[in-house]
Every structure is written in structure tokens, then in C-alpha cells.
Design a protein around this ligand. Structure first.
Ligand SMILES: Nc1nc2c(ncn2[C@@H]2O[C@H](COP(=O)(O)OP(=O)(O)OP(=O)(O)O)[C@@H](O)[C@H]2O)c(=O)[nH]1
Ligand SMILES: [Mg+2]
Ligand SMILES: [Zn+2]
Length: 302
């Protein structure tokens, strides 16, 4: 038996890194039956035990318990959840200043999942070389907001060495992941962080301002700073899975205290009388864009 970490998964094959080599491995059918609500029983980041076959390939015999993971709603009309990556020290949502345009709603959905699954989260705003002075001011207001909520907030550009150095320092010796829409520069950042990689990067269509989904499979890569970084395919929307409407406000740190003042313990903080969250919002203690995200997410859960 060999222990290793899943560094890539195509659905039928898994690449498992044992520390000394990378072994192409398969998963016996019985694993698929166990987690019916999960589209992928094994994900990038998982620690597994392998049986080594005569031809040198591996068969996954056991999956170790996960310390945490990030999941999203399955796409393409499939039911259940899709596990993006597991056993993380840090998860970053990556946005670009423009092309494609930054979306606070995407950031907030991602942060809710990280809160729900207890994954330390951060925000990267990339392509800052494209910003105007007013734009930079707006990004600084976002920094104040999110840092105030306890999240790391980084502004980067692949053309700004200092910003890459800062990122490099933060990712050192950790297992992290970049998640975000297509075209924001997740793979470009990885290639800049560690120039021994030249993973494929794509163009952003000038017509739609969207990326073209250049990265197709999640991949865990060892950086020369000792960290492991998972680059993931771009996602259009971060669909939340398995979160009940009543618990949503538990995943907005700024609502934790105000919600204790709600008159009803089933309060959804939308229009109920005696709602502590609405009161805090009206006093300006809860940011309007965050409250707006809360409402949008709540509606999407119903
Ligand atoms: N101006 C500028 N362009 C950037 C920056 N980072 C990335 N780009 C460009 O953005 C485009 C998309 O970059 P990718 O790295 O492929 O984006 P991605 O997030 O990996 O996209 P997917 O793999 O499709 O999810 C490329 O043309 C990059 O050169 C940056 O900091 N500044
Ligand atoms: Mg990519
Ligand atoms: Zn309330």
C-alpha cells in the first residue's frame, strides 16, 4: 500500500503523487455508489491509499478523512454537489478588475461556502494594471470592507512583481486554491508565481469580455516556495449547495451579532418586524452590497 495525494482528476483517471512519483490510478466502482449526492467521490487534494498493480498503475483502496473541502452545485443538469478541492489551508476567489468585470456577488457566494465548510478564505483582484485612479479607489473600498470582515484581500497584476512577491509569501508551504470566472488570470498568476510552469492561458474575447475556459481540469501544482496550489477551470456562477435559508446569515460574519436581536428565531432578515439585521443595515453597520448579496443568495436557495 502506498499513500499519496490526488493532484489531478479527469473523472476516470486520477493522478496520485506519492512524493517520489506520480501514479495513474483508477477508482473501483464501489466508491461511486457510496456518495449518491456527489458527482465526484474523489477530488483534487484528497489523500488516498493505493494498491499498485502489475502494470505500475494504481487502484485507490481508501480515501483518508478530509480536513475540509469546497463544493459547488453540480452543473449540466446533474443533481447534487461537485467537490472542487479538498484539504485546504487557504482558498482564494480570483476576480479581475475588468475583462471580465469584477462581481461582488460571485465573491460573496464563494465566501459563504468557505464559511459553511470552515475554509480560510481570501480575495484576489487581478489585472490591477488596467485600473483607472477612480477604479483603484473603488477597489480600496472593497479592501476595507472585506479586510474588516476578516478576509485576506490582495490586489495583483502579472506585470507587477511586488504583488506577485506578496502572493508568493502568502502561499508559501500551504495548500491553496484559485477559484473564479474564466479569463480572470488564475493560470497566468500561477505561471508568474513559478516560471517553471507554462500552463496554457487563454484570450478574453473582446466581444463578450469573457474568458474561453482554457483550463479544463483542476490540477494541484507544487510551487517552488514549497506550497501546493490548485488551479481550477473558470466557473460562471458559484452555485451554493446544501445551505438552508435559515442558516445563511450564519455565514455572513457581520450578521452574527445583529441576528441575535431578531424577534423571531426563524427570521430571514428580509422584512420581519423586530429584525436585528435590518436594523443594523439601516444604521449603516452592514454594507449595502453585502446585504444585497445576502438577499440574492437567499432567493436562489428557495
Ligand atoms: N493586463 C493583464 N492581463 C492579464 C493579467 N493576468 C492575466 N491576464 C490575461 O488574461 C487572459 C486570461 O488569462 P488566464 O490565465 O488564461 O485566465 P484563467 O482565469 O486561467 O481562465 P480559465 O482557465 O479559462 O478559467 C490572458 O490573455 C492573460 O494574458 C494581468 O494581471 N493583467
Ligand atoms: Mg486557467
Ligand atoms: Zn432578522
Amino acid at each position: 500500500m502506498q499513500k499519496g495525494r490526488v493532484i489531478q482528476s479527469t473523472g476516470s483517471w486520477y493522478k496520485v503523487d506519492t512524493g517520489s512519483e506520480v501514479i495513474q490510478s483508477r477508482l473501483p466502482g464501489r466508491f461511486r455508489l457510496e456518495g449518491k449526492e456527489v458527482t465526484n467521490p474523489i477530488a483534487v487534494g484528497d489523500w488516498v491509499d493505493l494498491e499498485i498493480n502489475k502494470d505500475g498503475s494504481g487502484t485507490i483502496a481508501e480515501i483518508h478523512e478530509r480536513s475540509n473541502y469546497i463544493t459547488r452545485q453540480a452543473t449540466h443538469g446533474r443533481r447534487g454537489e461537485h467537490i472542487l478541492v479538498t484539504n485546504l489551508d487557504l482558498a482564494f476567489v480570483v476576480q479581475s478588475y475588468k475583462q471580465p468585470k469584477l462581481k461582488e456577488g460571485f465573491i460573496d457566494r464563494f465566501l459563504v461556502t468557505c464559511e459553511a465548510y470552515e475554509v480560510p478564505a481570501g480575495i484576489i483582484v487581478n489585472k490591477m494594471d488596467m485600473s483607472t485612479p477612480q477604479g483603484a479607489e473603488f477597489i480600496e473600498s472593497l479592501r476595507e470592507l472585506y479586510e474588516g470582515l476578516g478576509y485576506q484581500f490582495l490586489t495583483t497584476s502579472i506585470h507587477d512583481e511586488d504583488s506577485i512577491d506578496e502572493l508568493n509569501e502568502i502561499l508559501k508551504d500551504k495548500t491553496s486554491v484559485f477559484i473564479g470566472p474564466s479569463g480572470v488570470g488564475k493560470t497566468s498568476l500561477l505561471n508568474t508565481l513559478d516560471p517553471t510552469y507554462s500552463e496554457k492561458v487563454g484570450e478574453v474575447s473582446s466581444y463578450s469580455n469573457k474568458g474561453k475556459h482554457t483550463t479544463t481540469f483542476a490540477k494541484l501544482i507544487r510551487l517552488n516556495n514549497g506550497g501546493l496550489l490548485a488551479d481550477t477551470p473558470g466557473i460562471r456562477e458559484f452555485g451554493l449547495y446544501n445551505i438552508e435559508p435559515w442558516e445563511l446569515s450564519l455565514y455572513f460574519p457581520e450578521m452574527l451579532e445583529p441576528r441575535q436581536n431578531c424577534k423571531f428565531n426563524t427570521c430571514t432578515h428580509l422584512h420581519e418586524p423586530g429584525c436585528g439585521v435590518i436594523e443594523a443595515f439601516e444604521l449603516g453597520e452592514i454594507n449595502a452590497s453585502r446585504y444585497n448579496s445576502y438577499i440574492n443568495i437567499l432567493e436562489s436557495l428557495n
